[in-house]
Design a protein around this ligand. Sequence first.
Ligand SMILES: [Zn+2]
Ligand SMILES: [Zn+2]
Length: 637
Amino acid sequence: MNGHASRIHFRGVFVNRTLPMESDSNQAARKTLDERNRMSELERLRHSCAHVMATAILRLWPEAQFASGPPVENGFYYDVELDHRITPEDFPKIEEEMKKEIKANHPFEKRVVDRSQALADAQKGRLGALSERSVPSRYKLGNLADIPEGEPISYYQNGDFVDLCAGPHVMRTGNIGAFKLTNVASAYYKGDEKNPQLQRIYGTAFKNKTDLEAYSKMIEEAKRRDHRKIGAEMGLYVIDPEYVGPGLPLWLPKGGAIVEALEDLAKETEFAAGYVRVKTPHLAREKMYQTSGHIPMYLESMFPPLELKENTEAQVAERYYLKAMNCPHHHRIFAAEPRSYRDLPLRLAEYGTCYRYEQSGELFGLMRVRSLNMNDAHIYCTPEQFAQEFNAVNDMYLKYFKIFGIEKYVMRFSTHDPSKLGQKFVNEPELWIKTEKMVKDVLESSGINYIPVPNEAAFYGPKIDVQVWSVIGREFTLATNQVDFAVPRKFGLVYRDQDNTRKTPLCIHRAPLGTHERFIGFLIEHYAGNFPLWLAPEQVRVLTIGEDDSLVNYAKSIVQELRGHMVRAEGDYDGDKINGKVQRAEHSKVHTMLVVGPRDMTANAVSVRVHGKGSLGAKPRTEVVTDILSAIRERRP
Ligand SMILES: [Zn+2]
Ligand SMILES: [Zn+2]
C-alpha cells in the first residue's frame, strides 16, 4: 500500500504551480483542533501572514470573498473569489498594503462566538472582511457549516479585518518579520470540482529577512535544477500526451540508463539481503481488488476497468483493473504454495509498474504521474521476526542515503486514532497497539531520526513516510513503509507454525527507492543533472584530436574495451576542433572525457577530463580503465 492512503487526499485539488509542494495533500482537508494545536511557530506566523494578505487584498478589492487560508509547506495561501484576476503584477501593491498592516502592529484578537452570531455576521458579509457588506461571506458560511456541533467557533481580528478562524496566530501583525507573495494558482472551493474555482494566492513568511533570503535563493536554485528543464536538456524522458497519454513518461535511452543503474543497485542490495524476485502482470480481475480493499476504498484512484467476454456465449463481462499497487499480486504468490514457518521471512521483490488515475491538473513532470515503476517488496514474516526484518529495511534506507549523499532525512511514523477504529482505521484494536509498539521499539532502538504523527496511519496499519532533503535543502517525500496486519488475513494467507497451527503472517510493504519517476526527479535536482559516474547516462566519451585513422582506431579500441565492461562509453571522432568537442561533452554532462592525441596514442595513455572538474592530465590507459571500473562498481559519489 505504499503511499496509497496519503495520495487519496490529493483528489479534487486542482493545482497549477511552478514547483511541487509535496505536502499540500495534508492541508486540503480541514485541520482538526488537535492538528492546529500542533502548528509550529513558523506555521503560525505564516498562517497569520495569510490574514494580513487578506486584509491587504480587501483594502484594494473590498468585495473579495475569502475561503480558507492555511499554512502549507514553505509558506501559506489564501483562496479568494474576485472578478479581478490577480497576477504577479499585482503583488507589489498587495505587498505594500501588507507592509502597512504589519507596521500598524495590530494584535490578533480572539473572540469566541456562538453559531447564531457567526451565521448572522456571515450573512452581513462581515467575515473575511473589513466591514459589513451587501453580500454574505458565502465561503465563510460554508466553512461554518463544517465546524462540528460542540466545537467552539472563534473569530480573529487584526485591525478592521475579522475572520472566522480557529487559530492559532502570532500575537501581533508586527511579529511577521519578512514575507513575500510567490504564486497564483486555481483551486476549487474545498477541493471539489463541483464547487466554484477560486484564485489561490501563495506567499511565504519568515521570522526575519535573512531566512527569507536564504529561502528565495533555494527556490531560485531549485528552478535552475527543475527536473523538467534538465530532463529535457539531457534527453532523459518525454511525456507525449497526444499519443501515449498525460502522466505516462517515456524514458529515453539516457533516462533508461539511469533506470537500469538504479535497478541494478536495488537488485544487488536486495539479493544480498535475502530477497527473491518475482514478476507479475499489470492487471488483475475485479475480485483481486475487491479483496484487497482497493475497489471499496480507492476506486477513484484507479483507472476504469477493462471489460471483456471470454467467449461469445458468456452472459457477463469480466472486469480487469490495471494494478494500482503490487501487493495483491504478491499476496497471491504467497498463497500459490503451502508455506511453513521455515519459509519465513519470505521477501518478494519486484520493480513493479503501477497505474494511478491522477487528475490531469495534478500531474507534474515526473513527480506526479499515472504510471509508476516502484522499488517494491513485501516481506512476509512472523511477529517474532518482525523487529529484525524492520530493522533490516531501515538499514537499507541508510545505506541508500549514504550512496546518494542524502544527509538530512526524517521518518514520519503515523499511528492510528482509537476513536476512529472501524472508520478511518481497520477495527483491530489489539493488533494496532501491538504493531505500533513493535515499530516504535525498532525506531527507538536503532536511533533513526523519526517523528510521531498521530492519526495519519494507513487503513491497514501504521506507516512510515520517508522524507529527504535534496542538497539545496528542498524536502521530498520519497517512500512509504507500511506494516500490514489486515490484508494478509483478507487474502487468507497462512503459514503452518512450529506447533502445527495455521497463522497469518505480517506483511511489511517497503520501497526505499520509491518509484523511478519520483526518485529520478529528486536525483535530477539533487545532482543538478551532474550525476556521479555510476549513474551518469553517458559515463565516458572518448574524444580524438583530429580524425587520423590510427588515432580513431585507438579511440575506438578504448570505447570497445569499456563497453565490454558494461561502461556506457561513446566516441566523438570527427574533425572538429577539440575545444568544441569538449564543450559539447561538457554540455551533455558526460561524466568522464578521455581526450586522445597522437602523443597519448604512442604512450598508450589518455588525457582525462571530468565534467565540472576540468583536466586531470594524461594517465596510462590501463590505470584509467581500472579506475573507471572500480568507481562504478563502488558507486562512488
Ligand atoms: Zn504493498
Ligand atoms: Zn487564522
